[in-house]
Design a protein around this ligand. Structure first.
Ligand code: GDP
Ligand code: IMO
Ligand code: MG
Length: 422
């Protein structure tokens, strides 16, 4: 068997949670491979809404195994809160939620460092979610980190204290931040008990055996490809590999095991936090996209920046990920627009190009837009492609032709059932 992948092709919040939740019933295991509680994946079904941060989006499908892979960074405090919400909703997750022993732990001082570092950057701040993601991955690559498996080892407390002391030293170079460290530490150690109650696995062995025995596995990405640490709009990125390659390192599966790669894009584009965004519309149209699309962060509540879909940007992330099919979400948000734009090229350095320049931060870049006639009608009753208005079909066809990858799903609303399978 192969392992299929769902990931975001833009700057996050493409609707990954909804699509994973929908497709999950076709799988035996859903696994998160990178990121941490900076993610906010929204699921809506049976009149209920859930936002998941660390727990994979297959958790509401009974019987399904959900795995938090080694590439993920875990904050026990957020995880405990998330699990409490699941408990309150009578979701039986014990025994079905597995955690890789090699996943790294976010300490309270990682969050403090995140806040201090952002504050120090002033105007140049990344716009981090302040969940401690960057500092935790720094300790991972710096070979100082604490891992989930360590909490069962002798000397864990000592290792914790050593790392904490290092953080406190480091904090001296930053401005002081109001933070109840003692209180947060208390919560953290209590939350470790909840983490301890979960089944710990060596995800590389676990998944290898699962795949060998014919189990179907779906890998769930977090963030988006344009936030990838290597290929995103550096330095305005997250600290992990959000692209397909991250599945191999974040779960311990070999590249030839990768099967379908389902790339998700909104019918327009958003970004939360700082950094370049070529098609951003800082005008009424952008505001309309924000209000129609309810574009406010699922993790931080911050307003998301909005603009038209960026086709050269999507071509870039399609090639990085080896996307085999595309799911377009939130097309319903365009219902009221008289015309709908899409960037087809960029003008910079006196030329027109479909390639992103090396440094988007330093390059004066102007997108070349093409406009399509809007459909100005509701898509609420659309269940098949035939139910879509001609203008919407024309828009989708034009996107598909430009990108050269088949569109396999069109999402027309936040609810689980609002999905057209092409
Ligand atoms: P994720 O991080 O990629 O899982 O996406 P988020 O949950 O952060 O943001 C996507 C938002 O759009 C959520 O509020 C979803 O409920 C909502 N959503 C997903 N698909 C659709 C869709 O097709 N139409 C509409 N109107 N909303 C959608
Ligand atoms: P999901 O999985 C959108 C952004 C932050 C910031 C940058 C770095 O819900 O799509 P970090 O906290 O990682 O240090 O922040 O990345 N960011 C996201 N934007 N969706 C996300 O996740 C994001 N996770 C991080 O806003 O600009
Ligand atoms: Mg999100």
């Amino acid at each position: 068997m192969q392992i299929d992948v769902i990931l975001g092709l833009q700057w996050g919040d493409e609707g990954k949670g909804k699509i994973v939740d929908y497709l999950a019933e076709q799988y035996d295991i859903v696994a998160r491979f990178q990121g941490g509680p900076n993610a906010g994946h929204t699921l809506k079904f049976d009149g209920k809404k859930f936002v998941l941060h660390t727990v994979p989006s297959g958790i509401f499908r009974p019987q399904l195994i959900n795995l938090i892979g080694n590439g993920v960074v875990i904050d026990p405090i957020t995880l405990e809160k998330e699990l409490q919400l699941l408990k309150d909703s009578k979701v039986d997750y014990l025994g079905r939620l597995l955690v890789s022993r090699k996943a790294h732990l976010i300490l309270p001082t990682h969050r403090l460092l995140d806040a201090a570092s952002e504050s120090h950057k002033g105007k140049g701040k990344i716009g981090s979610t302040l969940k401690g993601i960057g500092p935790t991955y720094m300790d991972k690559t710096g070979r100082n980190g604490l891992r989930v498996g360590d909490i069962t080892q002798k000397g864990f407390l000592e290792s914790y204290e050593t790392l904490k002391s290092k953080h406190l030293e480091l904090l001296k170079i930053y401005p002081e931040i109001a933070f109840d460290l003692e209180g947060e530490e208390k919560k953290w150690f209590q939350a470790l008990e909840v983490l301890r109650s979960l089944k710990m696995v060596d995800s590389e062995y676990y998944l290898h055996e699962a795949i060998q025995s014919g189990k179907r596995v779906l890998a769930e990405g977090a963030q988006g490809s344009m936030l990838d640490i290597d290929f995103g709009t550096y330095p305005f990125v997250t600290s992990s590999n959000t692209i397909t390659a991250g599945v191999c390192t974040g779960l311990g599966v070999a590249p030839q095991r990768i099967g379908r790669v389902i790339g998700i894009t909104k019918a327009y584009c958003t970004r939360v936090g700082s950094g370049p965004f070529p098609t951003e519309l800082e005008n009424e149209t952008g505001e309309l996209l924000r209000s129609e699309g309810q574009e406010f962060g699922a993790t931080t509540g911050r307003p998301r920046r909005c603009g038209w879909i960026d086709l050269p940007q999507l071509r870039y992330t399609i090639l990085l990920n080896g996307v085999t099919e595309i799911c377009m979400t939130k097309i319903d948000i365009l219902n009221t627009f008289a015309e709908v734009g899409a960037a087809t090229a960029y003008r910079y350095d006196g030329m027109e190009s479909t390639q992103l320049p090396y440094d988007l931060c330093q390059t004066e870049l102007e997108p070349v837009f093409k406009y399509f006639k809007g459909w100005q009608s509701s898509l609420d009753d659309a269940r098949t492609m035939d139910d879509l208005p001609q203008e919407a079909l024309d828009f989708i066809k034009a996107m598909e032709n430009y990108l050269g990858v088949p569109f396999s799903m069109i999402s027309t609303g936040p609810e689980r059932e609002k999905l057209i399978i092409v």
